[in-house]
Unconditional design. Structure first.
Length: 293
């Protein structure tokens, strides 16, 4: 099997896999790219992970995840900032080890409202402060910080940034090479302004990564695990993918699925089914850059 050359398997889709198992599943299904996650990388150690990526022949599409820096100033916030600086270093080294076309992109899930607080405005302000503190480190490492807006149902516990417009407003003070945005279909499809904001993101050169999966109801009890294979829900992938392509974005397209049933399936089967769903829903709207063909 040969997967579409722009398809990347985000490690969250095979969440129970070790880094070695995720690489094996991706390579076995003919992928050319992998989106890494910090936990499997840290399990083997960064040096070992870098060697594994180099040996795999895969591009690194993104590294997940940084963020969770909405708490007020104090020891917890200092620890979060320090951990994000470590994540920036991980991103740079993994991307450098990947095959040509790897992108040093660190996806940021900014964090929710701190426990005991109702100050949503203040939490968002602290996101801006964290970006200002982290941007010089990212610039020095050649890494793009990709703010990911999450569906509003996650605003309290995971991301006080809910729309692409909010993410772009936060990114605006910074060089697009240093702070960009993540466009994830699951999180943005509902937004009446999404097409205008995708166009804006392209105009401002802010799209650092494009991620896809589907949304369907009823949602499970744990809404974190609500994502589906493309084609199983209501998202119009043709519409959104055409909009992203129209901006000139030509990077990898990651499939990132949080779903208990998907996680319980054999990794090779998940990789193959993901590629098949991608071919049916997303690939027909993609260009294939000559460098990836």
């Amino acid at each position: 099997m040969t997967a579409h050359p722009r398809l990347s398997l985000n490690q969250a889709t095979v969440r129970k896999a070790t880094l070695a198992q995720a690489i094996e599943a991706a390579v076995g299904a003919g992928y050319q790219a992998l989106g890494t996650w910090r936990e499997p990388v840290q399990e083997v150690g960064l040096d070992t992970a870098v060697s594994m990526i180099a040996d795999s022949g895969l591009r690194v599409s993104t590294h997940c995840r940084g963020g969770f820096f909405t708490v007020p100033e104090g020891p917890d916030r200092r620890a979060s900032i320090a951990d994000n600086i470590v994540a920036i270093e991980e991103t740079a080294r993994l991307a450098a080890a990947g095959a040509p076309g790897s992108r040093p992109v660190l996806v940021l899930v900014v964090g929710g409202i701190p426990e005991g607080s109702r100050d949503l405005v203040g939490a968002r302000a602290r996101v801006a402060d964290a970006l200002a503190e982290l941007a010089p480190h990212a610039a020095a490492a050649g890494v793009t910080l990709a703010i990911e807006p999450l569906h509003p149902m996650y605003a309290t516990d995971r991301a006080v940034v809910s729309t692409l417009g909010q993410a772009l407003d936060l990114a605006e003070p910074f060089d697009p090479a240093v702070v960009g945005v993540t466009v994830d279909t699951f999180h943005v499809f509902w937004d009446p302004q999404v097409l205008d904001q995708i166009e804006r993101a392209g105009r401002e050169r802010r799209i650092a990564t494009y991620q896809v999966c589907d949304y369907a109801t009823p949602l499970p009890a744990d809404v974190l695990l609500a994502r589906r294979y493309m084609g199983e829900g209501v998202i119009d992938f043709a519409l959104l993918t055409r909009a992203v392509e129209a901006t000139g974005y030509d990077g990898d397209v990651e499939v990132e699925i949080f779903n208990a049933g998907v996680w319980a399936a054999p990794f090779d089967q998940v990789a193959e089914r993901t590629a098949q769903a991608f071919d049916q829903t997303v690939a027909p709207r993609l260009r294939t850059p000559s460098a990836l063909a």
